[in-house]
Write a protein that binds this ligand. Structure first.
Ligand SMILES: [Zn+2]
Ligand SMILES: [Zn+2]
Length: 284
């Protein structure tokens, strides 16, 4: 009521009086405090002052978009900024050119299957630092492969692509048959890839060294094996179903025959044609 009254009369004296009255009832108005929010870049809870207290990132839409543009599947390990988002390959290359990423820098990305690796051992990254990730021979940063060991320097540039390996059930998870179906193809003699799935960091560089063409082929092979095995399982299941149906048919037919034989015996042993036709109907 008092508020609408004040609105109608823009007299400052009345307004002051009303305010004093309201203050007497409700107490002093609270001094506004800055709302706090979660920083979209580092996750710290910080006052909403337009800029993060921890990482100094700005919250305006343009800054958000600029950060979004640089985000990607490459993460650079840095304990000073442990919650920084991952970056795109283009951003990583820029950081290398700026000297912010060196050979000893620990990072992870699509070519390491997201396992932490030193930059100088990371396919597609080490060459940007002037060395082959596999044999450490000096190479040109823009080379496509190593002139010494022929390791490929090709790298996935799609910023949405994490580069993860296929998920496989572990021992103790799921049925043994399923495990067997999904198992890594067993150590094929002559194929030095036995350790690649169990000790990925140690093996990642030599395994990749044989060229990017090696890994997809073995993946393709294993998928083929799984598909073959699944087809076999389906075939066995269908055959079992078929056999079960056959068994039921045999049981029904044999019981019909025995009932028929019984009725014949009953008919033969005596009474009359009437009972015979009745039993015959019953049989059918
Ligand atoms: Zn922040
Ligand atoms: Zn090499």
């Amino acid at each position: 009521m008092t508020i609408s009254h004040t609105a109608q009369e823009p007299d400052s004296g009345v307004r002051a009086e009303v305010m004093a009255h309201a203050r007497a009832i409700a107490g002093e108005p609270p001094t506004p405090k800055l709302r706090s929010l979660v920083c979209p870049y580092c996750g710290a809870v910080t006052p909403d002052s337009g800029r993060c207290e921890k990482c100094a990132g700005r919250f305006d839409p343009l800054s958000r978009q600029a950060t979004q543009n640089q985000m990607g599947p490459w993460e650079i390990r840095d304990e000073r900024v442990p919650f920084r988002p991952g970056c795109s390959f283009a951003t990583l290359v820029r950081l290398i050119e700026q000297g912010a990423v060196r050979g000893e820098t620990v990072l992870r990305g699509p070519s390491t299957r997201q396992f932490w690796t030193q930059a100088k051992h990371t396919p597609g990254v080490a060459n940007r630092l002037g060395v082959c990730h596999n044999c450490q021979a000096p190479v040109k940063p823009d080379a496509f492969s190593c002139p010494s060991c022929e390791a490929s320097f090709e790298v996935e540039r799609d910023r949405q692509h994490m580069g993860l390996g296929p998920a496989r059930p572990l021992p103790g998870q799921g049925l043994p048959e399923v495990l067997a179906l999904h198992a890594e193809p067993a150590s094929v003699p002559g194929h030095g890839e036995i350790a690649s799935s169990t000790i990925p960091i140690a093996a990642s560089s030599p395994a990749k060294a044989q060229g990017a063409s090696v890994t997809p082929v073995s993946d393709e092979e294993s998928r083929k094996r799984v598909e073959d095995a699944l087809r076999l399982v389906r075939f066995w299941r269908a055959r079992a179903d078929h056999d079960r149906k056959n068994a039921w048919a045999i049981i029904i037919i044999s019981s019909l025959i025995s009932i028929g034989a019984l009725s014949y015996v009953v008919l033969g042993s005596g009474s009359g044609g009437k009972t015979a036709s009745e039993t015959g109907d019953a049989v059918e």
